[in-house]
Design a protein around this ligand. Structure first.
Ligand code: ZN
Length: 183
């Protein structure tokens, strides 16, 4: 996996694409939570759940189905006021779906571990993309504070930082010249 920092940075870069006015701070906090929550499945290692099982690491919580449920849940828990029509509900759910699935997409670009179970619970195959520039980071927090851990983090942040800059710039352009003019 990329580190939680990498996932959060990319998710934050998506925030200008939020399909509602204002609410920047809650959006940033929710982006960080939704993009890092899939890795809570590492708890399963302690509980003896095999990596390759449905509920194993990079399994259900990294799937498209989980991201859809998370998007819908976030829209109901935090954005009822903004959801005046079904279309609002769909757009806000879709935005948080994208943020949550960004985790699995970045994991599928790492160079280690098992692939991502995008289609769980319907199909338990694991996938990687053919382009995998992100070094896999350790699940043990103490490794971050070693030279190896730090150089992995640097390499990861170089790639994620680069695409995040591009995403955030496009987002601001969209927000300023398209979204704000239409709403
Ligand atoms: Zn992950």
């Amino acid at each position: 996996m990329p580190s939680a920092i990498g996932h959060a940075i990319f998710a934050i870069s998506l925030s200008p694409f939020r399909p509602y006015k204002n609410k920047l701070l809650p959006s940033l906090i929710l982006a960080m939570v939704c993009s890092t929550i899939p890795d809570l499945d590492v708890i399963g290692f302690e509980a003896g759940i095999p990596y390759s099982s449905l509920m194993g690491h990079r399994g259900f919580t990294h799937a498209i189905f989980f991201a859809i449920l998370t998007g819908i849940l976030v829209s109901y828990l935090f954005f009822n006021e903004q959801c005046k029509t079904y279309l609002d509900r769909i757009q806000i759910s879709f935005f948080f779906f994208i943020i949550t699935i960004s985790h699995g997409l970045l994991d599928a670009m790492t160079d280690g571990g098992l692939g991502v179970g995008f289609f769980i619970p319907f199909y338990n195959e694991r996938f990687f993309f053919s382009y995998r520039p992100i070094p896999v980071s350790s699940m043990h927090i103490e490794v971050f504070f070693t030279n190896v851990g730090f150089s992995i983090l640097k390499q990861e942040l170089k790639f994620i930082g680069f695409i995040s800059c591009f995403v955030v710039a496009s987002g601001y352009y969209w927000r300023k010249y398209i979204f704000d003019k239409e709403t």
